[in-house]
Design a protein. Structure first.
Lengths: 184, 281
C-alpha cells in the first residue's frame, strides 16, 4: 500500500513544491468548485479588471457540477468533470495565485507551463466514483453565481478527499509516464 | 388496437431513469471485478476497487452513481397496434424524465441553447428519443442517461470501402488512444458501421446497451470486436488513464446497409458507468 500524503488548504507554496507526481493524497480543508460557466464568468471579471467573488490565492478549485443533495446528506454525488474544458481559463487563475486543481483528464501545454511558472499542482480524482467521493465532502454552500445551479461556485469542507498528484509543479505528468509501462 | 395510458408511459420512463442512475448492471460489476483480479498496475487495481465500492454505495443508498446523470436518451420500439390515450406520447416521456431527475436528486444537465444562452432547462429535458414502429401491441423502452465526458470523445470517420476491416480497427483504436484518460476508462466502446452519418451513430449508441461478454452474432464482426478490444487494452491507458491493462471492458459493433460509395464508422464512447435500463409496457 502506498503512503498517503496529507494535503491541507490553504495550499502554501512549500507544500506544493513537496508534492510529486504519483503521490496519493488526502485533502482536508475548504475547497471551491468551478466548471465551465463559472470559469467563463471569473475570467470575464478578470478581463475587466474587477474583483473576483472569491479569493483564490492559495486555494484549490475542484472541477465538478454536483448532483442535488438528497435529504440527510451534506452533498450529492460529486465526482470530477473532464478538465481540458477549463484550460482556456486556467492560466489567468494561476497567475492570480490559484495553487491546486482537482479534475480528471489531460491538460494543455499552456496550462502545464503556467503551473510550472506559478508553482501549482493538478490532482486527479477518479471519474465516476462520485457517490464515494461525496462521502469526503462534509459541508457544502454556494458562495457565488447561485443562478448557475449545479455550475455555481460552491465552497466545500472536505476531509480526506481522495486524489492523486497527476501533474506536479515541475510539469511531470503521470498520464504520460504510466501508460507506456503497460503498453504492448 | 391496445390502448395505453400516457400516464403509464410517464411512470415507466421515470422508473427506468431512476433505476439506471442508481444501479449499475450486474454484467459491468462482474467485468470490473474480473478486471481487478487481472490488473497488473497497483494504481489501476486501487481505481477499480474505488469504482466497485462506488457502485455498491450508489445502489445501496439509491444515490446517483455519477454526478453526470447525462442527457436522457431513449430508444423506443412502438408496436403498431398501440394507441396512446390520455395524453401525448412525447410529453409523457419528457414528464417521466423530469420527474425522475427532479424527485430522484439527479443532476439536470440539459441547456436550452448550445451556443448563446446555454440556460439550464431545469428538468433535464428534452429527452432524445429514437422511435421505431414494430409489429405487435407493446412498447419497449431502452433508456440510457448518457454522460458527456465520454460523449465528447466520440468520433466519426467517413471511410473508403477500400479501408476495410483494418482501417476500421485502426480508427477505433486511435479514437481511444486520443481520448486517453478523458472518458473515464475502463470504457465501453459502441461502434456503428454503415448507413448514413446519423444512422451510424444511432446504432453505435444502441450498441452500448449490449450485455458485457455478448458479441455480434455475425462471427466476422464478433472477431473484429475481440481484436479491437485486445489492441485497446494493449495501449496501456488503464483504469482512469493512470496506466494498466484495463482500458475498455467491451467493444460492441453494430452494422447496417450503406451506400456503394461509403463506409461510415461512428465510435460512441461510454464511461465505465454504462447506465441503461429496459422495460416493456
Amino acid at each position: 500500500m502506498k503512503k498517503i500524503v496529507k494535503v491541507v488548504t490553504p495550499l502554501l507554496d512549500e507544500a506544493v513544491s513537496n508534492l510529486k507526481t504519483g503521490d496519493t493524497v488526502n485533502i482536508t480543508g475548504y475547497i471551491y468548485t468551478g466548471r465551465d460557466a463559472a470559469h467563463k464568468r471569473l475570467i470575464s471579471l478578470l478581463k475587466k479588471g474587477e474583483k473576483l467573488p472569491i479569493e483564490i490565492k492559495n486555494q484549490i478549485v475542484y472541477y465538478v457540477g454536483p448532483a442535488p443533495t438528497p435529504p440527510g446528506y451534506a452533498c450529492g454525488a460529486a465526482g470530477p468533470t473532464t478538465s481540458y474544458r477549463m484550460d482556456p481559463y486556467t492560466p489567468a487563475l494561476l497567475d492570480k495565485g490559484l495553487k491546486g486543481m482537482i479534475g480528471k483528464g489531460l491538460r494543455s501545454k499552456e496550462v502545464i507551463e503556467s503551473m510550472k511558472k506559478n508553482n501549482a499542482v493538478y490532482f486527479h480524482a477518479v471519474g465516476g466514483a462520485a457517490a464515494l467521493i461525496a462521502k469526503s465532502i462534509k459541508k457544502s454552500e454556494v458562495v457565488a453565481y447561485e443562478d448557475l445551479g449545479t455550475e455555481a461556485i460552491h465552497r466545500y469542507y472536505v476531509e480526506d478527499f481522495p486524489a492523486i498528484v497527476v501533474i506536479d509543479s515541475e510539469g511531470n505528468n503521470l498520464y504520460e509516464i504510466e501508460p507506456p509501462k503497460y503498453a504492448k | 388496437m391496445r390502448k395505453i395510458q400516457a400516464e403509464k408511459v410517464k411512470n415507466k420512463v421515470k422508473q427506468l431513469f431512476l433505476r439506471a442512475n442508481y444501479h449499475i448492471g450486474e454484467d459491468i460489476l462482474t467485468a470490473l471485478k474480473e478486471a481487478r483480479e487481472k490488473e497488473v498496475s497497483e494504481t489501476g487495481r486501487s481505481v477499480l476497487d474505488m469504482l466497485i465500492e462506488n457502485y455498491r454505495i450508489a445502489s445501496e443508498e439509491e444515490i446517483a452513481i455519477c454526478q453526470d446523470t447525462g442527457l436522457a436518451v431513449l430508444y423506443v420500439e412502438m408496436g403498431q397496434e398501440v394507441h396512446i390515450v390520455g395524453g401525448n406520447f412525447g410529453e409523457a416521456v419528457n414528464e417521466g424524465v423530469k420527474e425522475a431527475y427532479v424527485e430522484g436528486y439527479l443532476r439536470k444537465s440539459s441547456v436550452d441553447d448550445p451556443v448563446f444562452t446555454r440556460k439550464n432547462t431545469g428538468t433535464n429535458t428534452p429527452a432524445i428519443i429514437y422511435t421505431s414502429i414494430v409489429p405487435g401491441d407493446k412498447i419497449k423502452f431502452m433508456a440510457t442517461p448518457k454522460g458527456f465526458g465520454s460523449e465528447n470523445m466520440s468520433r466519426l470517420a467517413m471511410m473508403k470501402p477500400a479501408d476495410g476491416p483494418e482501417g476500421i480497427k485502426d480508427f477505433v483504436v486511435d479514437t481511444i488512444r486520443k481520448a486517453g484518460p478523458n472518458p473515464c476508462p475502463p470504457t465501453i466502446v459502441g461502434v456503428g458501421i454503415g448507413g448514413t452519418v446519423d444512422k451510424a451513430f444511432v446504432i453505435a449508441k444502441k450498441a452500448l446497451f449490449r450485455r458485457i461478454g455478448e458479441h455480434n452474432q455475425d462471427e466476422r464482426y464478433a472477431r473484429m470486436e475481440k481484436e479491437i478490444l485486445v489492441q485497446i487494452n494493449n495501449l496501456g491507458i488503464g483504469p482512469a488513464g493512470l496506466g494498466g491493462k484495463t482500458t475498455s471492458l467491451a467493444v460492441n459493433i453494430e452494422y447496417t446497409p450503406t451506400h456503394i460509395a461509403g463506409m461510415p464508422v461512428a465510435v460512441n464512447v461510454c464511461c465505465h458507468a454504462a447506465r441503461h435500463a429496459e422495460g416493456i409496457l
